[in-house]
Ligand binder design. Structure first.
Ligand code: DXP
Length: 262
């Protein structure tokens, strides 16, 4: 089933990262197998202008063939100013007003810095960008980002590259309940297809991940697995997951007795 992101109709709710693949050919095959129509690319890491060993060119070629979209990101930035400058470079290089805004405040956890993030988002929205902020799952920070003009939020599942899955499903469920109508895309920390399905079952709108595919034994098959898990999780959410019970509830109603007991 289709959905829209900043007015663009997408058939997949899977957003894929492009870092750390063994070769451009594997990246291309993984994007195709994933069904993802949005692929993020880091400027600081890939040296998009030159010297990236063909990864960006491969990505452009694949997305041109599939009708997909590039989402440049500011991974590696530590201040609002650094991220703003990089976002402007990205707009020039990739000819898109989309920017996945990452401003990290802690080197160990790569946790986003909420103050720098909000400051950068405010400026970039004024500069005409569509800002996709990578943020924590803190409700008040998310509200500040919406106040700054962000239309989409990307709360973390767990620290980048940790593969831990959803560390705080309660916080994500709260975001879903308190911010109805805001596209919420879980970004980072997803390790297995089941983690992605869980995010979708919570009613989030999409999942962005990178390491779990790039570091898989077979990235192409893992990309396909995530594509299917995300679609299944969404279908499950739309179908209405049953309510949990603390006690057993017999699934087969028993009327009378199966045979006569003397
Ligand atoms: C590629 C990218 O944008 C990462 O910063 C992103 O947050 C993905 O994280 P994982 O590698 O944990 O999936």
């Amino acid at each position: 089933m289709t959905w829209t992101l900043d007015g663009r109709t997408l058939t997949s709710r899977f957003l894929l990262g492009s870092a750390g693949y063994p070769s451009p050919a594997v990246l291309q095959a993984a994007v195709q197998a994933s069904g993802a129509q949005v692929v993020t690319v880091g400027l600081r890491r890939t040296h998009a202008a030159a010297g990236d060993n063909g990864f960006v060119a491969a990505l452009r070629e694949t997305l041109a063939a599939t009708g997909g979209h590039l989402l440049p990101n500011t991974a590696g930035c530590r201040t609002a100013m650094e991220a703003i400058i990089l976002a402007h470079m990205a707009r020039e290089l990739f000819d898109t007003r989309w920017i996945k805004l990452e401003v990290v405040g802690d080197d160990y956890t790569l946790q986003p810095d909420p103050w720098e993030l909000v400051a950068a988002a405010e400026q970039l929205v004024k500069d005409g960008f569509e800002v996709f902020p990578y943020c924590t799952d803190d409700l008040v920070t998310c509200r500040r980002l919406l106040d700054a003009g962000c239309q989409v939020l990307m709360p973390w599942g767990a620290p980048i590259g940790s593969g831990q899955g959803l560390l705080n499903p309660f916080a994500l469920r709260t975001l879903r309940e308190r911010l109805p109508g805001v596209p919420l895309i879980v970004d980072a920390g997803i390790g297995a297809p089941s983690h992605a399905a869980q995010a979708m079952e919570l009613g989030l709108d999409g999942v962005l991940l990178n390491s779990a595919v790039a570091q898989a034994g077979d990235p192409v098959r893992m990309a396909a697995a995530f594509g299917q898990a995300i679609a299944a999780g969404r279908l499950g959410f739309e179908a209405g997951v049953m309510a949990r019970q603390d006690m057993a509830v017999a699934s087969t109603p028993v009327d009378g007795r199966p045979f006569l007991i003397p």
